[in-house]
Ligand binder design. Sequence first.
Ligand code: C2E
Ligand code: MG
Ligand code: MG
Ligand code: MG
Length: 291
Amino acid sequence: RAKDGGRNQVCISSPAVSEEMLTPLIVETMLRNALRNKDLEIYYQPKIQAKSMQVVGAEALCRWRHSEFGEIPPHRFIPVAESSDLILPIDEYVLRAVCEQGARWLQDGYRVRMSVNVSSRQFGQPGFPELVRSILRDTKMDPSLLELEITERTAMHDVDRAVHTLTELRNLGVRIAIDDFGIGYSSLSYLMRFPVHTLKIDRSFTAGIQSAVNQNPVIGAIISLAKSLNLNVVAEGVETVQQFDFLRDNKCDEIQGYLFGEPVPPTSFQLTAFESTPQPRGFHPGQDTLA
Ligand code: C2E
Ligand code: MG
Ligand code: MG
Ligand code: MG
């Protein structure tokens, strides 16, 4: 029944409530409460450097823990939040929490690049670079360890303005990644104008890799494009060893996906990602964290 729902309706299913249809207005109201009650949690998914197999980064992905519906994944509520201004405080909340976490990990001797998704709406706010600057200052986060992920679609929406905003952000010392790359319509000339560090190949391309000898030339083309522009290239949605082998053999720099780890709470991330690879530099065992 829910599957017949219109585009502007959100379906949330849970073991308790078999299948429920919630209008955007209801979801928005619930989400507003969730934000107030801090029911939004931030999970982290590792990014692995293909050649060293080390964890080099963590992408923050938010989760909504609802008392009745359980854990609600972002694709269920981010679009609703994006259609209202509610995405603005959500993005700000996540950005601040991630910077706090990153600063804490850094204090503990773990240098991990923290990636945060930034909605189109937040990116388009005139005060966004200033917001980032003040959060970096408040949290004492190292700007070079913060990466903002904006989608190709966001970047292409208003190219001149995006170039301007990206330049301001870059001047703060943060890194920029183009997320979900390849499904939009960036032309090479536009791409060359964006002052970004990283391209993240969209999951749909990764999903198309069936064997180490891939039929689809698109991924190889994106990787060579990234290399020729001197960009770091990350593949998302890597689930199989075949996909990993293909990507590594084709010189993809970093890998992210269920094969190496699902998004997990920060305590689990710390246990699984850091225990094997503590960074000795700046490691002060006795020191208190920034908490
Ligand atoms: P994204 O930034 O492209 O994130 C990647 C999505 O792929 C995540 O879904 C992640 O859990 C999922 N994923 C990771 N590895 C695999 C894999 O191997 N296989 C498959 N099938 N999926 C994988 P998630 O967490 O549901 O997030 C969906 C989207 O919601 C994100 O896409 C991002 O655009 C948005 N989002 C998530 N958190 C935030 C946030 O805090 N703020 C904003 N503005 N958007 C967010
Ligand atoms: Mg992302
Ligand atoms: Mg993505
Ligand atoms: Mg995506």
